[in-house]
Design a protein around this ligand. Sequence first.
Ligand SMILES: C[S@@+](CC[C@H](N)C(=O)[O-])C[C@H]1O[C@@H](n2cnc3c(N)ncnc32)[C@H](O)[C@@H]1O
Length: 438
Amino acid sequence: MNKNLQIVRYGINGEGIALLNNKIVFVPFALKDETVDAQIIKENKSYFTAKLNNVIKESDNREIPICPYYYDCGGSNMQHIKYDEQLKIKKDIVKNNLVKFANCHFLVNDVIKSDKQFYYRNHVSFHVNDKGQLGFYKENSNDFVTIKKCFLADETINKCIDIFNSYFFDNQIHGYNKITKQGIIKLVDLKFVDNKLLVTIVSTQLNLNNIDHLFVRLNLLKIKYGVYVSLNKSNNFLIYGEKLKHIYGIKQIETCEENINSFISCYSFLQINNYIKSKIYNDISKNVEGDIVVDLYSGRGVLASMLSKMAKKIYAIEIIKDACIDAENILKLNNIQNVNILCGDVKNLLPRIEEKIDCIIIDPPRKGASIDVLLDIIKVKPKKIIYLSCASNTLARDLKILLNENYYKIKFIQPYDMFPNTSNIETLVVLEKNENKY
Ligand SMILES: C[S@@+](CC[C@H](N)C(=O)[O-])C[C@H]1O[C@@H](n2cnc3c(N)ncnc32)[C@H](O)[C@@H]1O
């Protein structure tokens, strides 16, 4: 069924929203104030989903996407929108989530821009198809899109696409197929920082045909690099395998972040946009206070190391062992003695800290923090809670708990454009204790 629709606002993923028969219609790739011709492809109790056929009246905020795979690959969903409008939409997404999930109407600051809107990603995990070609699965589907270039990824990461395609093709190496269980390669994970490349090939077998042919090709990049194979025989696509084998070159990326000499290894988390990461870490450091600071979900401990001069003692809690090893090495390398790395689940380790905690930083994965962790934070009663989030819906859900009973009040809410041309947003919220309540 084709319909002419008037787009009245944006949804939480930046898609256009129209109204039809008292129901809302989600129209991906349509902009507010546009009139579009769209085909209704799904009807639910309270909404329709439509596919954009044609824009009849175009918004001034429409942009021509530079990526030829844009409408197929699903890796980005805002390239058709001018950058300033993207930022406005993202600010509204944060605002709307806060109202919807936390009944919070606090002022949200304008989104801080990224200096780069393309080629900003320093870390990409490519899937591999039956023919050994790199690409991505369309979101929530088994449709594979092969790509020659990703416009969000760093240029060197892009050069690796051809290198891997030709190595896999020449050596008859195929991607693992979840349904047929044929093929061996699950992911090619590439981290590129400071002109150094760390490659993790996730595979159902440790030995790959003629692996030296890959090194010959990677040598042409004329950069320092290292290659690992992560053995993953189970029916998932996780980078963490049963065994991690170093097969060539550097073992980690050695770099310097925020004046801290640091390491990045295969399994440790990397904030994907260096410029925005620096801005956020600096904003966090301006807001940290007190003698005892706890950094929850601390990754490689770079932030904790950076904050070491500002507090008497810092505890950093992280579950991934390799990230904790990176963190210990970073502390040694920088001669930092007042940061304690606790390796394990935040849920178990936070309650074991006996000292009076002044400030808690929390930077959980997209799913947010567990209720146990949030209740423990409230029990600890730090003067400040600094919450960094990459998903404003779970941020809002967690804030509802932290703001309950008015023990805490919001100092500011600052979104950052960590992921330009996508609807993802990084948000920093600083909470202060309501002294008269505790
Ligand atoms: C968004 S990253 C933040 C990393 C770090 N703050 C940084 O800036 O690089 C989330 C981190 O939480 C860790 N993590 C996930 N679940 C955890 C848990 N239950 N307990 C401790 N750490 C966890 C992940 O391994 C990851 O390093």
